[in-house]
Design a binder for this molecule. Structure first.
Ligand code: SF4
Ligand code: SF4
Length: 498
């Protein structure tokens, strides 16, 4: 933990002179004479005696064999100059040569904590023309009254989100089915464009829709104003129709595929499947369905204990082990396709690879410590209620206020509690070797355990995330062919560790 404090101090430093001051502060024992190196705080995971992965807080990692690891832990690395050099390169030891690089990596890793919320998810209606078995938004029937966002609340939401200091702002429209309240989407688009003449931010817009409600008028408006969308496809017809029931229609699948064909002419869009117990039977078929419909990537979503999914967990849920078994089959199949020359990318694995292999600042708001709840994304319900993130709308505990009564500043004062909750330091995540790249989800934990502080031994989401990272690491460490494909997914040519 002491090194974490040092890291935060180091984040603020720029020159080597200031670095020495930071070290003095960290040690808290008066000035420290920095000799040739200091061993960084590290954690380990042993795959076998030839593959012991050593990770650091700033995200650098290295894979050692037992002899090399013994030199590190017994402080004898000077006996092996090549090892010394490697550990310096990855920041497992800290020297005056690498301190600025470690600082930069830490700054990137935590950039999302201070840049302001950039993703604003607006529920323009809770009404929906589907009744999906797992809906976390607890959608309302088409004819229900009082669940559409009003223009007055929409105006307040737009004014609220412009208070964020973030330079890049994405406004994401969700539901229910957001196309059912398209007039309010138009209003938000137009009012935000007008306000932006004063703020000059980079604005992006995206609609998360089941796609069946597209009309020519909606398509034209979106094309003209560069509003993007993404959709859902759970897999083959049998599976999709079982999970995504379309009010008053025989098959959601038929309608969705028809729309996708039309929309492909004008839009470049993606879709995602939600994985239920039924989906576990179709690992290859789901990927084949995406290929058949012209998609070259996929980002699947596992179920959370929230919304309808929590109520129906016995019928549609699964254990983390069952999910992981499925996920590995999907991953293996994706690699198999790539080996045959078919370019197909798993976007969720790509996000994890970016964490493991690059120093990119974090865009994806989940899967991190702290995650992006409130500091990276904010969710607004149809009535202006403010939630920490999209998935949290199922639980009142995550309601932070309302746009009619709270300012951005009021909400950000509460953000420090959310950051400490999601930092992993309130749980055992800080003793986990994957903590630099991962973090559990307080919403999933609350849904499953009734507490925002997870009992990690039983945490469903933690087991899934841990299993994924370890499997990805195995692919990187044990197979050159797999590694080359994954380096390609990460946008890298070749590397051993970061
Ligand atoms: S609480 Fe969970 S769903 Fe919300 S941003 Fe964090 S990881 Fe994502
Ligand atoms: S959620 Fe689990 S795997 Fe991820 S950092 Fe925490 S303890 Fe490690």
């Amino acid at each position: 933990m002491n090194f974490l404090i040092a890291s935060w101090e180091l984040c603020k430093t720029k020159t080597s002179k200031e670095v020495k001051v930071a070290f003095s502060f960290y040690e808290d024992k008066g000035p420290v004479k920095v000799e040739e190196f200091e061993v960084n705080r590290y954690l380990t995971h042993k795959f076998d005696k030839e593959h012991i992965v050593v990770t650091t807080d700033h995200g650098g990692w290295v894979c050692l064999n037992k002899e090399e690891f013994d030199l590190l832990r017994y402080n004898k690395i000077r006996e092996d100059p090549q090892l010394y050099k490697l550990l310096e390169e990855k920041g497992v030891i800290i020297t005056l040569n690498n301190i600025e690089s470690i600082t930069r990596q830490l700054r990137n890793k935590f950039a999302h904590v201070s840049r302001g919320a950039g993703l604003h998810i607006i529920t323009v209606t809770l009404r929906c023309n589907h009744t999906c078995v797992y809906c976390h938004a607890k959608s309302k029937p088409l004819e229900a009254e009082g669940y559409d966002m009003s223009k007055e609340d929409a105006k307040k939401v737009v004014e609220f989100l412009f208070e964020s200091p973030a330079r890049d702002i994405t406004i994401e429209f969700q539901g229910g089915e957001p196309l059912l309240n398209f007039p309010v989407i138009k209003y938000i688009y137009e009012y935000s464009q007008e306000l932006n003449k004063r703020y000059n931010k980079k604005l992006m817009y995206i609609i998360v829709t089941n796609a069946v409600g597209f009309t020519d008028e909606i398509k034209d408006y979106m094309k003209k104003n560069n509003i993007r969308f993404c959709s859902s496809l759970d897999g083959p017809k049998k599976l999709h129709d079982k999970q995504r029931k379309y009010f008053g229609h025989k098959s959601s699948y038929d309608e969705v595929i028809k729309k996708f064909k039309e929309l492909k002419k004008d839009f470049n869009f993606s879709a995602l499947p939600t994985i239920t117990k039924e989906s576990l039977n179709y690992p290859r078929e789901i990927i084949d369905e995406y290929l058949k419909n012209g998609f070259s990537n996929i980002m699947s979503r596992n179920l959370n204990f929230a919304g309808f999914a929590k109520q129906l967990w016995e019928q549609i849920g699964y254990s983390s082990e069952e999910f992981l078994e499925f996920w590995k089959k999907v991953f293996d199949y994706e690699l198999e396709l790539n080996k045959k020359g078919k370019k197909f990318l798993d976007s969720k694995i790509q996000v994890i690879l970016w964490r493991l292999l690059t120093n990119r600042t974090r865009g994806f708001t989940c899967f991190g410590s702290p995650c992006g709840a409130l500091i990276g994304q904010i969710s607004y319900d149809y009535n202006g209620d403010i939630y920490t993130c999209d998935e949290s709308r199922s639980f009142d505990i995550f309601k932070m206020g309302n746009v009619n009564t709270h300012s951005y500043k009021d909400i950000m004062i509460k953000a420090k509690d959310i950051v400490s909750l999601t930092s992993g330091f309130a749980s055992m995540c800080d003793a986990c070797p994957w903590h630099p790249y991962c973090g559990t989800c307080m919403v999933a934990t609350y849904g499953a355990q009734g507490s925002v502080v997870p009992k990690l031994a039983v945490d469903h989401e933690c087991k899934i995330r841990k299993g994924m990272i370890e499997y990805i690491f195995k692919k990187i460490l044990y197979s050159k062919e797999d590694r080359d494909i994954l380096l390609g997914w990460a946008g890298l040519r070749k590397t051993n560790g970061k």
